[in-house]
Design a protein around this ligand. Structure first.
Ligand code: FAD
Length: 468
């Protein structure tokens, strides 16, 4: 039996802890916040359980699905996905559908998009070189005109850097590889197979995404595991096998699983070479601010969430909990909206007081016409630090330098999770990393955790690369 510490009680940390505890290992989880679930937590707001923005669960991996369904049981509903892009005062279906786009853009603009796409298709044939930036990848896939209309402004709001400085990994992981040609055929009914990324239904727990992790925490305790809440870890002890808590205490373990930000943990490695400190400084994260509004209207718009592409507002995405199983029962016919803004730690929005953020959110949502004249009855602000690892061009090289050091010198340390492994994970990727880490630690497998594949297409098809 091994003694294992897990830093962080989000999906990755809890899954690792659960899988280890049920195999009989002695597990202790240290969570900085007062609650389990991490970024996928749910919380009570205005008599409704809400999530941190949208939390659609989807996995092509049988193990991840089995665990999720085992925990949720019958307490979920299938949701018919409706998520549109708001651009230039119009709603466009997302994923993009040619017939819908044609109707919204009009004949002239649609023709320009088709010409740009056709020109790009020819250019792709002539220059089939490797795409290095997000911009290169999207332009090659959709043509420049569609890139500028539907990808550029949203992505720049999200990441805070120009699209040509954003690594191609982001596109490969998050944007479906379907061609406009196939989409046209499918819209005309000439192509039968539905592309996997167009899956339109997903299950969502009646009590919100976070119930999965609350139930997982209960299971960990049933198996003798201990979860300490409000216990932030400041880093590793001098031997690299112990944990330093912020109250100064230190205890040793056979293995440590960390899901806290990779940069913060690695800065405390006892043997970190000087050169790697500079490398760590180059890896940065983007923060999210969620402004929740309680609106006096039961039926503002039918989408679970909307992408706000429009460059005239800083608002990036709006979730309408009325259209999720956990938000349908908000009392008094109110709707709860969550408005998302993204910023750097030293940015003006991140450093604004809540009142200023609420003012901005109220003004912008009215400006783009989504409130339909309804009144805002109450507001709340939630800040989520470091939630997007920034895939700046070159980040892979910097990350690889750190990974090489960890591989060579720290076999008793597993770094997993979204900010834990600096990987743009969804819940399912973090759950999968937790499962695989537990198998490694228990000696059942030798997965390369740095190689868990979050490529959109592969993961949809259940692809975890097996260790060679
Ligand atoms: C706005 C938003 C929308 C999202 N939408 C979706 C979606 O639609 N579908 C989807 O699947 N996923 C979505 N995600 C992503 C999903 O929430 C994450 O992939 C998932 O929560 C990552 O799990 P994790 O365990 O890797 O990290 P986290 O959930 O971040 O958990 C890490 C935990 O570590 C704790 N911690 C940090 N530092 C320390 C420390 N020093 N000591 C102790 N504990 C520490 C944190 O408090 C946290 O609880 C979304 C995320 C956000 C922010």
């Amino acid at each position: 039996m091994l003694k294992i510490a897990v830093i962080g009680a989000g999906p990755a940390g809890l899954t690792a802890a659960y899988e280890l505890a049920r195999r009989g290992h002695e597990v202790e989880v240290f969570e900085a916040s007062p609650q389990v679930g991490g970024m996928a937590r749910s919380f009570e707001l205005w008599e409704t359980r809400v999530d941190l923005g949208p939390h659609r669960f989807f996995s092509g991996d049988a193990r991840v699905n089995a665990l999720w369904h085992d925990l949720v049981g019958k307490d979920f509903k299938m949701v018919d996905r409706m998520t549109r892009i708001f651009h230039g005062g119009e709603f466009f279906d997302y994923p993009l559908r040619p017939m819908n786009a044609l109707a919204r853009l009009g004949l002239l603009e649609s023709a320009r998009c088709m010409i740009s796409y056709a020109g790009q298709t020819v250019a792709n044939r002539l220059h089939s070189g490797k795409k290095e930036s997000f911009e290169d990848w999207v332009v090659a896939a959709f043509g420049r005109r569609l890139f500028e209309m539907f990808f550029k402004d949203y992505s720049e709001k999200l990441w805070g850097i120009p699209c040509d400085e954003l690594d191609v990994d982001f596109a490969a992981q998050r944007i479906q590889r379907f061609s406009l040609g196939r989409a046209v055929l499918s819209a005309l009914g000439l192509e039968k197979a539905i592309h996997k990324t167009l899956v339109h239904r997903f299950p969502h727990p009646l009590e919100g995404a976070g119930i999965v992790y609350e139930r997982m925490a209960a299971r960990i305790r049933e198996h003798g595991g201990v979860i300490h809440l409000n216990r932030p870890i400041s880093g590793l002890g001098k031997d690299g096998r112990s944990l330093q808590q912020t109250d100064g205490s230190c205890s040793s373990y056979d293995h440590i699983v960390s899901t806290m930000p990779l940069t913060a943990l690695c800065r405390t490695l006892p043997d970190l070479p000087d050169g790697l400190l500079g490398t760590l400084d180059r890896l940065d994260y983007r923060n999210t601010i969620l402004v929740y509004l309680k609106v006096d209207h039961p039926d503002l718009f039918p989408d679970q969430w909307l992408y706000i592409q429009s460059p005239e507002v800083r608002l990036g995405r709006v979730t309408n909990f009325r259209n999720w199983p956990n938000g349908q029962t908000t009392p008094g016919g109110h709707s709860i909206l969550a408005l998302e803004y993204w910023d750097n730690a030293d940015g003006d929005l991140w450093n604004s007081p809540d009142e200023a953020l609420v003012r901005l959110a109220g003004e912008e949502i009215r400006r783009i016409g989504l409130l339909r004249g309804a009144e805002i009855k109450d507001t709340a602000v939630v800040r989520v630090p470091k939630c997007y690892p920034v895939y700046r061009k070159g980040y892979r090289v910097w990350l690889d330098e750190i990974v090489s050091h960890l591989r060579a010198h720290h076999p008793h340390l597993s770094l997993i999770g979204r900010y834990g492994a600096f990987k743009y994970n969804n819940q399912d990727h973090s759950i999968l990393m937790g499962i695989l880490a537990a198998e490694n630690i228990s000696g059942e497998a030798n997965h390369d955790l740095w190689d868990v594949n979050t490529d959109y297409q592969s993961y949809q098809e259940g692809g975890v690369r097996k260790p060679s």
